[in-house]
Write a protein that binds this ligand. Sequence first.
Ligand code: NAG
Ligand code: NAG
Ligand code: NAG
Ligand code: NAG
Ligand code: NAG
Ligand code: NAG
Ligand code: NAG
Ligand code: NAG
Ligand code: NAG
Length: 396
Amino acid sequence: MLQSIVLSVCVCLLHTVAASGPQSYQKLDFTNVGFAGTYNSVKKFTGITNNDTCNCEVGDKEWFSGVNAPLAEYLSVHFRGPLKLKQFAFYTSPGFTVSNNRSSSDWSRSAYYDSSSKTANNVTFLNHGGEASPCLGNALSYASSNGTGTASDATVLADDTLISSDEEYIIYSNVSCPKSGYGKDCGVYRSGIPAYYGFGGTTKMFLFEFEMPTETEKNSSSIGYYDLPAIWLLNDHIARTSQYPTNANCSCWASGCGEYDIFEAMNGTEKNHLYSTFHTFQGIEDLGTGIQSYGYIARNTTGTMKGGVVFDSSGNVVSFISDDTTFGQTVSADAVNELLAAIPQDETYSSQLMSISATAPTTSSKSNGISLTKMQNGVWYYIMAIFTAFTQVFLI
Ligand SMILES: *[C@@H]1O[C@H](CO)[C@@H](O)[C@H](O)[C@H]1NC(C)=O
Ligand SMILES: *[C@@H]1O[C@H](CO)[C@@H](O)[C@H](O)[C@H]1NC(C)=O
Ligand SMILES: *[C@@H]1O[C@H](CO)[C@@H](O)[C@H](O)[C@H]1NC(C)=O
Ligand SMILES: *[C@@H]1O[C@H](CO)[C@@H](O)[C@H](O)[C@H]1NC(C)=O
Ligand SMILES: *[C@@H]1O[C@H](CO)[C@@H](O)[C@H](O)[C@H]1NC(C)=O
Ligand SMILES: *[C@@H]1O[C@H](CO)[C@@H](O)[C@H](O)[C@H]1NC(C)=O
Ligand SMILES: *[C@@H]1O[C@H](CO)[C@@H](O)[C@H](O)[C@H]1NC(C)=O
Ligand SMILES: *[C@@H]1O[C@H](CO)[C@@H](O)[C@H](O)[C@H]1NC(C)=O
Ligand SMILES: *[C@@H]1O[C@H](CO)[C@@H](O)[C@H](O)[C@H]1NC(C)=O
């Protein structure tokens, strides 16, 4: 009862604000990112090439907590066409807080791709060209130089490679995973696949120079994402085990191990609007919808865009587009703050994520330091969830 009252009040307010529709911004800001929660990793899979036996089992709940959690874990970087990637860079900093130079240290680049010079430092291009499985979907494979074919070993994309609607590739680091295994760093994955770590750390920054030209092929019902380009981040376990499973237990995604969409066109009506979205359970129940910015970044279909996302040390996550983005080996803390501060307030859309209080039980720890009891917040959890979804709206 209480829940439905809260819901109806919120829905009214949503309509009031929503009447004008979402607007275009250069910067999409999220605050209070990170919470204590759990997800389930895949423990094992069996009979994976046989339609009748293909099955996955998940393990016990694993707790995470802290700033940016669970996105403080290793993340892989995903691209969907129509898209050309000109540059990609990954940075870490010992500590960085948005709009606070004094408590911020410089960023150092630990992975870099440049299309024109075919530079690929600490970058491995993969795609879904591997062996098919009825419950896991296709395994990972090395991408060939056009991004969509497969190769027998790591291959740098050809300059100016354009992938079309629905086509995807992924960037992982070049650091090899340990053997497949539940509780090991890279989790359970199929034998024979290229398995690398993604890009880890609480405080991190991903930068991109890219084009998202309008699709030139005709639309058809066989194209799932027609003219809907995207750049997004996943917990690096997801694609390694199964990015598109038919059984939700074949991936940690459904239990909330983490996705952040940096620039994503959502549907044909808004194909030139790039939204940022958290697919984590930080105060929501519907992971598929996630926590989306109520504003978007405009897709430039004729020019090159530069920008990316900063995950700072204080729970601020900022997606931005700026021609001032630079890709040097070091980018000073001042330079990043200056770039972000140069984007005016009226070009900034801010949302605050919900505070979730859950504490991992101190008993029954396993050797991996993760303990295993359900979060039982009952009704309050639902009420908080409803509020969170709308916190964004109030902050316009
Ligand atoms: C695989 O099994 C599922 C249900 O078990 C069934 O719906 C599907 O048609 C089967 N596919 C093939 C190719 O046999
Ligand atoms: C510090 O950050 C601001 C933006 O937050 C920037 O404008 C300024 O130039 C930076 N540098 C110094 C030395 O204050
Ligand atoms: C990974 O990339 C780094 C940076 O480019 C390079 O120094 C190193 O040799 C690469 N390692 C492997 C195994 O390719
Ligand atoms: C991409 O390369 C593969 C070989 O790696 C080839 O089979 C495929 O036809 C190419 N795709 C396009 C669109 O050229
Ligand atoms: C490559 O990236 C990984 C993952 O973030 C990192 O641990 C490693 O230090 C990087 N390698 C180099 C040479 O920077
Ligand atoms: C997933 O696993 C849970 C228990 O771990 C089980 O109850 C559920 O039926 C499984 N789902 C599928 C689709 O197999
Ligand atoms: C398209 O996506 C936007 C952003 O998620 C959403 O607000 C809008 O309702 C969607 N439109 C349609 C027709 O689905
Ligand atoms: C492409 O076609 C699908 C239906 O098959 C439709 O939902 C979508 O809006 C279309 N996209 C564009 C950009 O027209
Ligand atoms: C798109 O980029 C081109 C080239 O940089 C620029 O001239 C144009 O103004 C941009 N369009 C929009 C809508 O920002």
